[in-house]
Design a protein around this ligand. Structure first.
Ligand SMILES: N[C@@H](CCC(=O)N[C@@H](CS)C(=O)NCC(=O)O)C(=O)O
Length: 203
């Protein structure tokens, strides 16, 4: 019997969104469970590592967005065809992790002086990664890896709304191939129909 999935996450795109895109892409049987801040302290205690996203697969829960996305990609046919393609996908995904960690380090720094210091070269740090991603898409015929849609593209595209909201600008301006990639992923029919129905929050 096909598994039943429940995604536990905040009412945000961010790290939950690649999982929602993959579940939608595969037309899997899934429930989108979203928590607000008031529910979080109690919910946190139930999560394996005190964080979300967490995916419930037939009543058992699993954490870590990259691991979950890699697993779902296998279920829905968005992994690489061999170890080398999978290595390239992992490289793109971990490069995106490095990219958004830079944003998060700045955005969540509670010390105003330290936050201001990080902001000085934040754009340069982000552009370093965005240029690399733009080059990857150029070399890979419109996708991050080997000229076809993989979960690497989804892990990159799905959370962007959240990170754009954090920095309060569209950092893909000046990166036309990345903008095209976003359009391609978001117009994939099953993903487009999920996006049309998702809660209309600003993040
Ligand atoms: N490495 C984890 C990071 C998960 C993570 O940072 N979750 C954040 C939201 S994006 C969270 O649960 N924050 C609430 C908290 O730590 O209390 C993953 O990729 O799933």
């Amino acid at each position: 019997m096909a598994p039943k999935y429940k995604l536990h996450y905040f009412d945000l795109t961010a790290l939950g969104e690649p999982i929602r895109f993959l579940l939608s892409y595969g037309k899997l049987d899934w429930e989108d469970i979203r928590y607000d801040d008031a529910q979080w302290p109690e919910t946190k205690k139930k999560m394996p590592f005190g964080q979300m996203p967490v995916l419930d697969i037939d009543g058992k829960i699993y954490a870590q967005s990259i691991a979950i996305s890699r697993y779902l990609a296998k279920q829905v046919g968005l992994s690489g065809k061999d170890d080398l393609e999978n290595l390239k996908i992992d490289i793109a995904v971990h490069l995106f992790l490095d990219f958004h960690t830079k944003i998060g380090d700045w955005a969540y720094d509670p010390i105003p002086n330290s936050k201001a210091a990080k902001e000085v070269d934040l754009k340069d740090k982000m552009d370093f990664y965005l240029k690399k991603f733009e080059e990857m898409v150029k070399e890979n015929k419109g996708f991050l890896v080997n000229g076809k849609l993989t979960w690497g593209d989804i892990y990159f595209v799905a959370p962007l709304k959240y990170f754009k909201a954090l920095v309060k600008r569209d950092f893909l301006e000046g990166y036309p191939l990345l903008q095209e990639l976003v359009k391609k992923v978001e117009s994939t029919p099953a993903i487009a129909s999920y996006i049309a129905k998702r809660p209309a929050g600003d993040r």
